[in-house]
Design a protein around this ligand. Structure first.
Ligand code: FCB
Length: 455
């Protein structure tokens, strides 16, 4: 059997996001984001921490670019902080905020690394949340204005743009479960937010193409496979529901199918849809959302297995999916399930036919730190990555147009509501000194990139 390999033009990269690494929250005219506010709320973040300093990347970006160059990555996916660029959410553009991203982009280009820029990775200006946040339509208009400012400045140098990162998280964790900023708990608000996020994506794409020379534009969705624990109707129905809530609610409209009928019915029956849904979704919105894109980004971490409590346990037999053994779960409590990446890529290709696909995030949280010699032996992360790279290679071999793969994350960083308790980096960060130490997984990735051999 020939070993799986990736073609030499395959894009290997690493990913981060602004609030998780930048720090410097009061610098150069940045205004507060919803995450600054959320972190200050007691109980919001597990360890009571915030992104005020994080990895201090705002000041150390040149060193971090050098780290990436040493790894040999061809691309870096990072996000722009809206509250640096348009601190008031709407109105005046803060040139000093844009200067930072210009310095970063220039450093990347000088190092031969292509910037893949995400325009929204969750740090909404607080002023916009005060005006209603994503549940109100005006936030979509504000997004397009902000995007125009960023692309107007960087569009001559950045070719690849991602409008949104994981609108499921922005809407559902932010406005339904309240686990993420802004921490509201209303499913109608969350569904209104999801529509305005998707709408803002559709509105932004033509603006990016107009202002960015040769721009390639896409959106990143996070998909969690929903598997039923048994063949019982109740388990199957639950898994189908979750797939609709998490995956199809976003995949369908982006690919021109509108919102899935089963989910619309269910949300309506349970009075989850906003009362004004039929006017909130205006004529033309679905066509706007379905704007053809150059690629689709997928973030993949794990699957979810569903066991309904509607039936007595005995009737949900036979169980076909059993819980994985403890060693197959990451520190996040997520099951390690590499086959799911193959399943997701082949399914999205088969059902939606995007022109091109990227894994825009995949990685694992493991706490392994430096040993006595200062080396970070994170073998579990190496195994995790190898398993997922192989799954991706298999999907490519079967004809999936997968063009690149970004490991989450370059650095250990601020993991949202989990604070600094979770380490996803292939580079260790000592938060007291800001020292960076490439872990064994960084060396593994460098070897894969250099040799094409997945090991
Ligand atoms: C994704 C986020 C990213 C990071 C990883 C672990 O949902 O996009 O910022 O938190 O999970």
């Amino acid at each position: 059997m020939t070993k799986p390999r990736f073609a030499s033009d395959f894009v290997w990269g690493v990913a981060t996001s602004s609030y998780q690494i930048e720090g410097a929250i009061h610098e150069d005219g940045r205004a507060p984001s919803i995450w600054d506010t959320f972190c200050a709320r007691p109980g919001g973040v597990e360890d009571g921490s915030d992104g005020a300093v994080a990895c201090d990347h705002y000041h150390r970006f040149a060193d971090d670019v050098a780290l990436m160059k040493a790894l040999g990555v061809g691309a870096y996916r990072f996000s722009v902080a809206w509250p640096r660029v348009v601190p008031g959410g709407r109105g005046a553009v803060n040139e000093r905020g844009l200067d930072f991203y210009e310095r970063l982009v220039d450093a990347l280009l000088a190092a031969g690394i292509a910037p893949y820029v995400t325009l929204f990775h969750w740090d909404l200006p607080q002023s916009l949340e005060d005006a209603g946040g994503w549940p109100v339509r005006a936030t979509a208009d504000a997004f397009v204005e902000y995007v125009a400012a960023v692309v107007g400045r960087l569009g001559d140098r950045v070719q690849t743009w991602i409008t949104h990162n994981e609108p499921w998280c922005t809407s559902m964790l932010g406005y339904h479960t309240g686990r993420h900023a802004p921490g509201r708990q209303s499913i109608p608000d969350a569904l209104a937010a999801s529509h305005h996020l998707l709408l803002s994506h559709g509105m932004a794409v033509p603006v990016i193409r107009e202002l960015g020379k040769g721009a390639r534009v896409g959106i990143t969705l996070n998909c969690t496979l929903a598997h039923a624990a048994s063949k019982s109707e109740a388990d199957q129905a639950l898994a189908t529901w979750y797939d609709g809530y998490f995956n199809r609610w976003f995949l369908d409209p982006v690919h021109g199918r509108g919102y899935p009928e089963d989910m619309l019915r269910d949300h309506r029956d349970k009075r989850n849809l906003p009362a004004d849904w039929d006017t909130l979704v205006r004529a033309g919105d679905l066509a706007t959302i379905a704007v053809p894109c150059d690629f689709l980004g997928l973030n993949y971490y794990t699957r979810a297995v569903f066991r309904s409590s509607d039936l007595p346990e005995a009737q949900n037999l036979p169980v076909t999916v059993r819980p994985a053994p403890a060693e197959e779960w990451t520190d996040m409590g997520w099951e390690v399930y590499p086959d799911g990446l193959h399943e997701l890529l082949t399914r999205v290709h088969r059902e939606y036919r995007p022109r091109s696909l990227y894994v825009t995030e995949n990685g694992a949280s493991y706490g392994a730190g430096p040993d006595a010699s200062g080396r970070v032996p994170d073998q579990k992360r190496v195994d995790f990555l190898r398993g997922h790279f192989r799954a991706a290679a298999r999907a490519r071999g079967e004809g999936v147009p997968l063009d690149g793969y970004f490991v989450w994350s370059l650095l250990d960083n601020f993991e949202w509501d989990r604070g600094y308790t979770q380490r996803f980096g292939i580079v260790w960060v000592d938060y007291a000194t800001q020292q960076r130490i490439p872990k064994d997984s960084a060396r593994y990735l460098a070897q894969v990139i250099a040799s094409g051999d997945l090991g």
